[in-house]
Design a protein around this ligand. Structure first.
Ligand SMILES: Cc1cc2nc3c(=O)[nH]c(=O)nc-3n(C[C@H](O)[C@H](O)[C@H](O)COP(=O)(O)OP(=O)(O)OC[C@H]3O[C@@H](n4cnc5c(N)ncnc54)[C@H](O)[C@@H]3O)c2cc1C
Length: 370
């Protein structure tokens, strides 16, 4: 199928930049490109609207890293890089809020808690982490040690990050789309079959083509499928459930368990609970959006046994979403050739950092140094 003259004229001919993917990163990239260069023709492409990437399927934590996650980051990429990544997530929230202004995204600054398995406490030095964090964002005692009295199957010592919060991710994406529309970004919704990144050509499954001057590639977990040359981006499926209302289960904050592999929050009276991919082996490193019922069963048992939920509840919603992960939790923002840049590998904290990755990617495309 080919574009008509009118269609080509609308979004294709002389497309300055084609932004590939319309998750948080793609939308933020498109908005920043137009704001930095209003005359630039920007086309944002996804297989459908609303998109089925991680940006509409996540848990809606506005989070920056729990004590065990940051400890893990330091082990993997060293103190300096781990702190730069933490700072980028923290500042990403400001970039996002600057874009959204007063838009309603159900944001609550509720704080985040990490529950610890009894043996995990030895790995975390909270004074050391607080000192590092103070150096990069200036907040004293970012993590507070608190007494866990609600969940007896975990250590009595837990950690509270008052800066964390929760949002409605679909509201974020729809407000960003509206902003992009207002800035004059054109949208094309159909599946891409192939990217010729060296020539900035987008080839769709239906045979049509868009030729751009530059590609800004924000495919995150789906990068390997269309850009196999990019090293160290791996899709990782996460399964999530939402229960029937359980008003007696009280949880104000967002909850991190097991280095962030498990995450829980309330949505109204319901419990949202997801993760556990680390318990299910290499089969979960996939971009297949099919739900893994074994993971859902595990999550249900965990709610009953480990979280001690006695009340009757049923599972009313289940879905799978795909994270883009790698050896490092630092996003990749780089130029891969004269015609293309990538902003990918957002990991499990793209809500906070995503808008900033988009801004940085737009500046990279336009060769603006900051
Ligand atoms: C279950 C789950 C829970 C999460 N919870 C949280 C959380 O609570 N807090 C947090 O900060 N982060 C969370 N994350 C991570 C966060 O959602 C991501 O880091 C972030 O959304 C990544 O945004 P993105 O724009 O880079 O990628 P995506 O939103 O994944 O966008 C990539 C886009 O590429 C498009 N695409 C792919 N292939 C094609 C193709 N062939 N043709 C056209 N388009 C294509 C997709 O449709 C998609 O829209 C979670 C992720 C998952 C999966």
């Amino acid at each position: 199928m080919s574009f008509s003259f009118w269609e080509s004229d609308y979004f294709s001919s002389n497309a300055g930049v084609a932004v590939i993917g319309t998750g948080i990163v793609g939308l933020s990239t498109a908005i920043h490109l137009k704001r930095l260069n209003p005359g630039l023709k920007v086309v944002a492409i996804d297989r459908q609207w609303p998109p089925h990437g991680a940006s509409t399927k996540n848990a809606g934590f506005m989070c920056f890293g729990s004590p065990t996650e940051i400890t893990d980051d330091i082990e993997q990429i060293g103190e300096e890089q781990a702190m730069l990544t933490f700072k980028a997530r923290y500042e990403g929230r400001t970039t996002l809020f600057t874009l959204l202004q007063d838009a309603d995204i159900d944001y609550q600054n509720c704080g985040g808690i990490e529950l610890m398995e009894k043996h995990d406490n030895q790995n975390v030095d909270i004074g050391y982490l607080n000192a590092l964090i103070k150096n990069v964002i200036g907040i004293n005692e970012y993590f507070k040690t608190i007494e866990n009295i609600s969940f007896p199957n975990f250590s009595k010592e837990a950690y509270l990050a008052p800066e964390e919060g929760k949002v409605n991710p679909v509201k974020i994406v729809s407000v960003l789309k509206r902003l992009a529309d207002l800035e004059g970004v054109k949208f094309v919704f159909k599946e891409i079959k192939q990217l010729d990144d060296a020539n900035a050509t987008v080839i769709f499954k239906d045979g049509s083509i868009i030729q751009a001057d530059q590609l800004a590639i924000t495919l995150n977990a789906f990068t390997p499928a269309l850009l196999p040359g990019i090293d160290d981006v791996v899709p990782a499926r996460n399964n999530v459930l939402v229960t029937s209302p359980v008003p007696e289960f009280r949880l104000e904050q967002v909850l991190h368990i097991d280095k962030g592999y498990l995450y829980m929050r309330k949505v109204g009276d319901r419990i949202l609970f997801g993760g556990a991919r680390n318990k299910f082996g290499p089969g979960e490193y996939t971009d297949d959006l099919q739900i893994n019922e074994a993971v859902i069963d595990y999550l249900v048992e965990y709610l009953k046994q480990k979280m001690g939920i006695q009340s009757e509840f049923s599972v009313e919603y289940t879905w799978a979403g795909i994270l883009g992960v790698g050896r490092s939790k630092k996003p990749i923002i780089s130029r891969i050739n004269q015609k293309s840049c990538v902003g990918v590998r957002l990991g499990g904290m793209g809500v906070a950092i995503g808008a900033k990755v988009g801004k940085d990617l737009a500046e990279l495309i336009l060769d603006i140094k900051n």
